[in-house]
Design a protein around this ligand. Structure first.
Ligand code: MN
Length: 304
């Protein structure tokens, strides 16, 4: 097998978030040595630098959405960049940036899978289901809506990025670590039958069985996309996010999760999102995210 090439794409935006600061995430990940750590995993790494888009105007929502035009502009750039990397045979890694960027990245991944006849599986590591809509959202923040948009439930400008709507379907998603879902959103998640492995499930059966279930029926033809929202992690180990929720996976559980994904050998694209250096302490959350990404690419913390 030839050496895999991963390409880092900085997406310095907090346009979809309710707190400012995730726009500093890409640089914090670079400062935490992501490039060299990936090289150490035996990968070829290229850093494409940062994408560009509009600044955050910090406006209230209009018709249920905050900053919709700006979110569309950022995601159009993300879509184009990710699609190019995939076509070139590279494994794109989004350095976010808030979670709205997953609309662009996963739309591109879904398009690519469609064109290549690949089966798509998305592992959504997050405290939140991100399945809000303009009607259901309490805030209008679009970082709480990417899964809904990807499933065709959102404004046209975001649901059509890849040319066809919906970009993908709820049954490609496996959401892990969920522990905060808005009241109206809960109903939507249930109706859509998104695969949800919430913290209660992880508590009851453990991370090992949870991941076995979430990775079930992945085969050689599967494109595995991981959308890693750093708020997935317990805030005691990962304070550097805008929307901390207590009761997330601890260090070892998170490592096991990543290691089991690595074991499939099918990881083909990745988002690292919602890292917010304005809330971090001495870049510890960025460093932790980089540790976990190393595990995702096959570094085992145990001697095997
Ligand atoms: Mn999220």
């Amino acid at each position: 097998m030839s050496t895999k090439t991963v390409s880092l794409i900085g997406v310095p935006t907090d346009i979809g978030a309710g707190h400012r600061g995730a726009s500093m995430g890409p640089e914090a990940l670079r400062v935490a040595n992501l490039f060299a750590r990936l090289q150490r995993c035996g990968l070829k790494v290229v850093d494409r630098g940062n994408l560009h888009g509009p600044l955050n105007p910090w406006q209230p929502p209009a018709d249920g959405y905050r900053h919709l035009d700006e979110v569309v502009a950022w995601n159009t750039a993300v879509y184009t960049a990710v699609h190019e990397e995939l076509q070139a045979g590279y494994l794109p890694i989004m350095l976010g940036g808030d979670h709205c960027l997953a609309i662009g990245s996963i739309s591109a991944v879904a398009r690519h899978c469609e064109d290549q006849g690949k089966k798509l599986r998305v592992l959504w590591l997050d405290a939140h289901t991100d399945f809000n809509t303009a009607l259901a959202t309490p805030s209008g923040n679009i970082h709480g809506m990417p899964v809904a948009c990807l499933c065709g439930n959102g404004p046209d400008a975001l649901t059509h990025l890849g040319g066809t709507k919906p970009a993908t379907k709820p049954d490609v998603f496996r959401q892990i670590g969920i522990r905060s879902v808005d009241a109206a959103e809960k109903k939507l998640v249930r109706e859509a039958s998104v695969g949800v492995y919430d913290m209660r499930h992880i508590d009851e059966v453990g991370m090992k069985r949870t991941m076995e279930e979430a990775l079930d029926d992945i085969d050689d033809n599967t494109h595995l996309h991981v959308s890693f929202d750093v708020d997935f992690l317990d805030p005691s180990i990962a304070p550097g996010v805008g929307t901390t929720v207590r009761g997330g996976p601890n260090y070892r559980e998170a490592q096991l999760c990543m290691e089991m994904i690595a074991d499939t050998g099918r990881l083909a694209s990745l988002d690292i999102v919602e890292l917010n250096p304005a809330y971090d302490k001495r870049n510890q959350t960025a460093k932790l995210a980089v540790d976990l990404v190393e595990s995702l690419f096959g570094k085992s913390t145990l001697i095997r």
